[in-house]
Design a protein around this ligand. Structure first.
Ligand code: NAP
Ligand code: F7E
Length: 333
């Protein structure tokens, strides 16, 4: 079996690559061209895949890559994923997250390829919890709107052309590989500082572990095409996350509210009902909220200690640059 994973350099791309390789797949990692492709996440999990260039904004590039790789399954994880930024770059976000998926759908139209589309709980926006597959979508950001466009197109292609596409409506999932701008990773690192600047502490999210959630993606493509909510069914506020992180760290910084982290429109409360995934796919999460927070906080501490040691060494050797987030830049990519 051959799988093509777009967004392979991201959090989910790394966990999914590891899972599929374990299942015996030949995995092709589609990465977006940049001056220095970031393979840090894959390296952290000890995963090596064949990397192929892939740009969601470019139809011919998508088509050529798919024709060359000839995958049995495509997992479309590539996207502009930071909700906050989507208010600043709405056209780009909608093009990549919405039209980009249409380009993939067109490229596989009439072909025997199964497609997983990374839909999101952000499409529910302010719909009252708990949210399941029948809950109306009320997106509250250009990110949510773009993803809803993609979700609707996937459903239409499934009905109109028999495209074998499944959409996973995944609620927030985190891990030590999470990007540094997302609130959970920001807290996991910031908990070790003296002050921690945050925005809206009362927003509630249903936070699971990425490692559990990528299993649901794979399961979906082993079943008839359909849409599934993937969630833990438990929600916590950002404030709860800070307190759980403080418990795990054994220390708590001063929390300072900075309105610059507020969004023009906020999603207040997400809590998913994943009964359909449990009943049809046999999927259940295995990591508790406390386990997730503890793992992230501990790994952040290790990373900070390692980069501090490296920084000291680099001051002596003047060789290894440290990024502004305190992480040693990936020199080997
Ligand atoms: P992530 O860590 O931010 O990774 C996003 C990936 O998309 C990166 O590999 C990025 O490449 C790539 N990408 C960005 N723009 C692209 C473009 N124009 N063409 C091709 N690739 C592009 O995200 P994640 O957390 O793994 O999420 C994976 C998918 O699930 C995303 O579609 C996200 O919207 C969706 N999702 C995530 C969550 C969550 O809580 N994590 C929940 C629901 C849905 P670079 O490395 O070059 O930036
Ligand atoms: O924000 C609040 C913020 O940026 C969570 C993406 O993976 O999940 C993610 O989107 C909440 C929001 O994730 C800060 O206002 C407070 O209410 O970690 P986040 P997100 O917006 O939920 C969905 C499912 C996706 O699909 C997305 O791709 O935390 N918050 N203070 C803050 N958020 C950030 N980032 N930084 C703060 O300082």
């Amino acid at each position: 079996m051959r799988a093509l994973i777009t967004g392979v350099t991201g959090q989910d791309g790394a966990y999914l690559s590891a899972l599929l390789q374990k299942q015996g797949y030949e995995v092709f990692g589609a990465y977006r061209r940049s001056a220095a492709p970031n393979t840090t996440n894959l390296k952290r999990l000890g995963v090596e895949v064949e990397m192929v260039p892939f740009e969601l904004g470019e139809y011919e590039n998508i088509k050529r890559t798919i024709d060359k790789v000839k995958p049995d399954e495509i997992y479309n994880l590539g996207a502009m994923t930071f909700v906050s930024d989507s208010f600043d770059i709405p056209l780009y976000t909608t093009d990549v997250n919405g039209m980009g998926v249409l380009r993939v759908l067109e490229a596989i139209r009439g072909k025997d390829i199964r497609l997983y589309q990374a839909s999101t709980s952000e499409m529910f926006g302010n719909a009252a919890p708990s949210q399941n597959e029948d809950t109306p979508f009320v997106p509250r950001s250009p990110y949510g709107c773009g993803k809803l466009l993609a979700h609707s197109l996937c459903r239409n292609y499934r009905e109109a052309y028999g495209t074998k596409v499944s959409c996973g409506i995944l609620f927030n999932h985190e891990s030590p590989l999470r990007g540094y701008e997302f609130v959970t990773q920001k807290i996991a690192y910031g908990i070790w500082d003296e002050t921690l600047e945050l925005g809206n502490l009362s927003a509630k999210r249903d936070w699971g572990h990425a490692k559990d959630f990528v299993e649901a993606m794979w399961l979906m493509l082993q079943h008839d095409p359909n849409d599934f909510v993937v969630a833990t069914g438990e929600s916590h506020s950002v404030f709860d996350f800070v307190n759980a992180a403080a418990d795990a760290a054994g220390q708590k910084p001063e929390v300072v509210i900075n309105p610059k982290f507020y969004r023009p429109t906020e999603v207040n409360h997400l809590c998913g009902d994943a009964s359909k995934a449990r009943d049809y796919l046999g999927w259940e999460p295995s990591t508790t909220f406390e386990e997730l927070v503890t793992e992230m906080v501990r790994e952040a501490k290790c990373s900070i200690s390692t980069s501090a040691t490296t920084q000291k060494k680099s001051q002596l050797t003047k060789s290894a640059p440290i990024q502004s987030n305190g992480i040693q830049a990936d020199q080997s990519a």
